[in-house]
Design a protein around this ligand. Structure first.
Ligand code: ADP
Length: 526
């Protein structure tokens, strides 16, 4: 029987056997080992080359070798030529030192196929403290090894993907940070309580501040110029109502940097997770642009003013010359005179428009209200413009039968401008239609041409000061202020001016003017 000799224990898994007992119970032992599912080999350490002296059934099944084929051999035959294995070196080392060990070896069956052998190897020590045998208990773990290899491969792939993803995210973060830091606009991220989470370099530079002075503070506390009730209301609804805003203008005397004009735009950062519920606030410094615009406006206003006086005088002189030479002048002189008058007229109109535009910009337009026959006003305009063109025919449809209370000259200016544009921008078509109607309690006037038309993206822009559609700029003369003035005039009458158009097909410019039961009330409103 096996038994332990406690007084000579070398380590936990070392067996202590008395030789006589092994002999005696050999058959019982063999039967027991044969019933084991694990392969068992016993080698005799006292014989040269440590040969196998026993193997059980499971070992035979696992390796494909019969007992008679393996007894007397050293276990190394199971490794074939695959000798250079770490596990083998560990095993040799343990045997040399009389230690037990557990290794996983690549072994080969009799038919040459590979199997992974999970081997527990323990020395058998006699009562004289001599290692007599080694017992190897082995299991075929090929399937587990395959699964492990498969899992390892999957793990490697996953780790590679994670590495790639992390690199990508890091690079993206670096890239986005560089973009935000490089922006020539102040950028702030606010939390739902409007507290500053972060800001970009441009913001710090613009406001002569730094991260310590800004992060964690309420936006409104950064400068008293932000303390505007309207701005607060606008910012407070960005997150709850997902309501972005653009170009909120703040002008003021800012600490450290002086008088400045800023445009603020804010929107919710559209993301989930930890970055949700944040506002991206951009702050654009428009001080310089405004200053330039103002000096341009000043220049235009002064220049047009200075031009107007000599022009009016010139116009007067030409009219006198026309009168004086009425009968005496020859045909050629008369025609030159007429052309001069009409060019002075054109020049005068341009100067008046420029002057108007700068007055409107400065909010200095005065309307002179009077009552007039609306339909007659329109037909007079048509008649005047018709007289200047031989290429186009202007047709009028509809009527209002109304006496309107408004600024006659300014409304004439609008209709004249729309008609002149219609002629100018439809060089290849003949007809222009003016349609007059009453819609609900509004007068509606539409001017339709079949000319070059306007792209939808330009619908709004053409009403801006000095804006001209780029594609046709060089083909048609103009300054880009006629529609700007017209829109302001209509707005001052509480009306609306808009365009519907299709490129290469034509345009319809329409405006509406509200009617009140008592037209004179309008003046009071204005
Ligand atoms: P201008 O005609 O002097 O350029 P406006 O302010 O009257 O200035 O018009 C602004 C721009 O709108 C024009 O430059 C032109 O591009 C476009 N536009 C105006 N009227 C028409 C029209 N009837 N058809 C096509 N484009 C037009």
């Amino acid at each position: 029987m096996f038994y332990q000799m406690k007084e000579t224990i070398l380590n936990d898994t070392t067996f202590y056997i008395s030789n006589e007992s092994v002999e005696k119970d050999f058959h019982l032992l063999t039967a027991a080992l044969d019933s084991s599912k694990s392969g068992v080999v016993i080698t005799d350490n006292q014989q040269p080359d440590n040969p196998i002296v026993f193997c059980n059934n499971a070992f035979e099944i696992m390796t494909g070798y019969s007992r008679s084929e393996v007894i007397g051999k050293n276990c190394r035959f199971l490794q074939g030529n695959d000798r250079n294995q770490d596990a083998r070196f560990q095993l040799s080392h343990a045997i040399d030192n009389g230690k037990s060990c557990k290794v996983e070896l690549r072994n080969y069956r009799k038919n040459g196929s590979l199997f992974w052998n999970e081997l527990y190897m323990s020395p058998v020590v006699s009562n004289k403290n001599v290692i007599t045998h080694f017992i190897g208990v082995q299991n075929d773990v090929t399937e587990r090894k395959k699964a492990e290899v498969f899992l390892q491969k999957e793990k490697d792939i996953l780790e590679k993907r994670i590495r790639e993803k992390t690199n990508y995210l890091n690079e993206t973060e670096e890239y986005l940070t560089a973009v935000i830091q490089g922006l020539q606009q102040g950028v702030l991220v606010l939390d739902k309580d409007l507290m500053v989470i972060s800001a970009n370099t441009f913001f710090y530079k613009t406001f002569s501040t730094n991260e310590d002075e800004v992060a964690g503070k309420l936006f409104f506390d950064l400068d008293e110029n932000w303390h505007l009730p309207e701005l607060r209301r606008t910012l407070e609804i960005v997150l709850p109502l997902n309501m972005p805003f653009e170009n909120f203008e703040v002008d003021g005397e800012f600490s450290f940097i002086g008088k400045r004009s800023f445009l603020l735009s804010g929107r919710r950062i559209e993301t989930t997770g930890i970055y949700s519920d944040r506002i991206l606030l951009t702050i654009e410094d428009q001080t310089e642009r405004k200053r330039k615009e103002m000096s341009k406006d000043d220049f235009l206003s002064i220049a047009s003013h200075e031009l107007k006086t000599p022009l009016t005088t010139l116009k007067g002189y030409m009219q006198i010359i026309e009168l004086v030479l009425q009968n005496d002048a020859n045909v050629q002189v008369k025609s030159l005179l007429q052309r001069s008058v009409s060019n002075i007229e054109k020049l005068n109109r341009l100067v008046v428009d420029l002057l108007d535009a700068s007055k409107i910009q400065a909010g200095k337009v005065q309307l002179h209200f009077e009552e007039f026959d609306f339909d007659k006003m329109v037909s007079d305009c048509i008649e005047n413009i018709q007289a200047t063109t031989q290429t186009h025919r202007i047709k009028m449809e509809g009527e209002t039968h109304l006496h309107y209370y408004g600024d006659l000259q300014r409304l004439e200016q609008v209709i004249t401008n729309l008609l002149m544009n219609a002629i100018k921008y439809s060089p290849n078509s003949k007809e222009i239609l003016v349609h007059l109607s009453l819609v609900s309690n509004f007068i509606k006037v539409s001017v339709t041409d079949h000319g070059v038309g306007i792209k939808q993206e330009d619908y709004k822009k053409i009403f801006e000061r000095f804006y001209r559609v780029q594609t046709i700029q060089h083909k048609f003369p103009g300054m880009g202020i006629g529609l700007y003035i017209s829109e302001q005039i209509i707005k001052n009458h509480h009306g609306t001016l808009w365009v519907e158009s299709e490129e290469a097909k034509g345009s319809t410019f329409s405006f509406t003017l509200p009617l009140t039961s008592n037209q004179k009330e309008i003046q009071a409103i204005l």
